[in-house]
Design a protein around this ligand. Structure first.
Ligand code: FES
Length: 162
């Protein structure tokens, strides 16, 4: 009887543990809850990808031409109307989640030589969504702009994401 009871206890704990475990964030999730990024090495025109909560975050040190292109758009003409000024804290730095808002592919545009699409931002080859230099959807099936994650500048060239 004692043996059966002990086995029963083991069976119960084995059943309960995964359930309890799912209620707590994984340790690596907690570790990545905020991400501090030093932007100083990122030259004008360069793009950097960092991971946050298992997703890529695209950081773009935009050129003056890219900034001008992003600002010279009438938001009312956009599928997901947003002014560039509402998507950046400093015009030269764009910080966006690198996940296409159609079905979740990771758009091209971060690497040198990538197809950036007609608007010079990002291009999702899965079904042809095209984003501009503010990460706003301009062509293709994606319904929304690439999301801006919560972040703040903690120094002149340092940001904390998340
Ligand atoms: S997932 Fe990007 S266009 Fe479909």
């Amino acid at each position: 009887m004692l043996t059966v009871g002990a086995l029963g206890a083991v069976a119960i704990s084995a059943t309960v543990w995964p359930f309890v475990d799912t209620l707590n964030p994984a340790r690596d999730t907690l570790a990545a809850a905020t991400t501090e990024v030093d932007l100083a090495p990122v030259a004008v025109g360069q793009r950097l990808t960092v991971a946050r909560r298992g997703k890529p975050v695209f950081i773009d040190h935009r050129t003056p031409a890219e900034i001008t292109a992003a600002q010279n758009v009438d938001p009312s003409q956009l599928r997901d109307p947003e002014a560039d000024s509402a998507r950046v804290k400093k015009p030269e730095w764009l910080v966006i989640v690198g996940v296409c808002t159609h079905l979740g592919c990771i758009p091209l545009g971060q690497k040198t030589g990538d197809d950036r699409g007609t608007y010079g931002g990002w291009f999702c080859p899965c079904h042809g969504s095209v984003y501009d230099t503010s990460g706003r959807i301009r062509q293709g099936p994606a319904p929304l702009n690439l999301a801006v994650p919560p972040y703040e500048f903690t120094g002149i060239t340092t940001i904390k994401i998340g």
